[in-house]
Design a protein around this ligand. Structure first.
Ligand code: B1M
Length: 212
């Protein structure tokens, strides 16, 4: 029988087909979708990060692990998305300029959608100018920015400054997240909120539109 530890190991090993298969088996065995994500897929990826930092794992292995994780989340995603709910509002979300990390951001997208938001997922490496253009085009209630690099998180500040310059800051709430980001940083750049994980990001978004 598949175990959650096997799934974490499959992600760590970058074994895409096994990650997909085990995610499905754990769901079929009755495990809650969020537990499959957090205790299996995210746990495996956390170990990848630790080993990369220690210099015992390298970029190609990280990429393989990322693919394995995505294959697992693809299995779980349909079980999370809410269908017939009335929309709570629109969130325009992206990973900031210079940053290609999208696994965490995509988990946030899944949680926002399952909470009842319409989500415009603009992708990765999105400049402040393109975020502002997205606000003008889509009129979202909330902008969500994700960053995984200490260098790229500074573009969150640039984006908020540009929103102010364009006279748009009062029309949209801004939430941020990602491993190097903190509540202190959110306060420093005058974001409307920070959350450390995908579930609390959806709760934060709900509170900002008065739906919590
Ligand atoms: Co990169 N990488 N990476 N990487 N990578 C990190 C981030 C790093 C911490 C690894 C390490 O040194 N331990 C390090 C950053 C160091 C730093 O800046 N302090 C690093 C580095 C250095 C790099 C490169 C520079 C490596 C190189 O090329 N030499 C390079 C940069 C590329 C670029 O972006 N320009 C790079 C490349 C990559 C891959 C492409 C190989 C791959 C990404 C694949 C992909 O995303 N499609 C990758 C990966 C996989 C990682 C680690 C191992 C895992 C990230 C991840 O997916 N975590 C990561 C180490 C780590 O974080 N442990 C690392 C799982 C995910 C579920 O968590 O993204 O934190 P996370 O998201 C969470 C929360 O943060 C939060 O909710 C999510 C779910 O709970 N959250 C939000 C995220 N966004 C949010 C937004 C919100 C709210 C909450 O509101 C809007």
């Amino acid at each position: 029988m598949a175990t959650i530890e096997d799934l974490a190991q499959a992600v760590f090993d970058g074994n895409t087909s096994k990650s997909k298969k085990l995610s499905q088996e754990l769901i079929d065995d009755g495990m809650a979708p969020l537990d499959v994500i957090n205790q299996g897929l995210v746990a495996g990826m956390t170990e990848v990060g630790a080993q990369f930092k220690a210099g015992t794992m390298f970029v190609p292995d990280m990429m393989a692990a990322a693919e394995a994780m995505t294959a697992g989340t693809d299995v779980v995603k349909p079980l999370l998305a809410g269908d017939d709910m009335q929309s709570l509002g629109t969130v325009f979300i992206c990973t900031v300029k210079g940053d290609l990390h999208d696994i965490g951001k995509n988990l946030v997208v899944m949680m926002l959608e399952s909470a009842g938001f319409d989500v415009i997922n603009a992708g990765v490496d999105i400049s402040p100018e393109d975020i502002v253009a997205g606000v003008k085009e889509h009129h979202p209630d909330i902008i969500g920015m994700s960053a995984l690099l200490t260098t790229t998180m500074l573009h969150m500040k640039d984006t908020i400054e540009l929103l102010k310059e364009e006279g748009l800051r009062d029309q949209v709430k801004v939430i941020i997240g990602g491993a190097p980001v903190s509540q202190d940083f959110a306060d420093e750049i005058s974001a409307d909120g920070y959350s450390p994980d995908a579930v609390s990001a959806a709760d934060l978004a709900k509170s900002l539109v008065g739906a919590a």
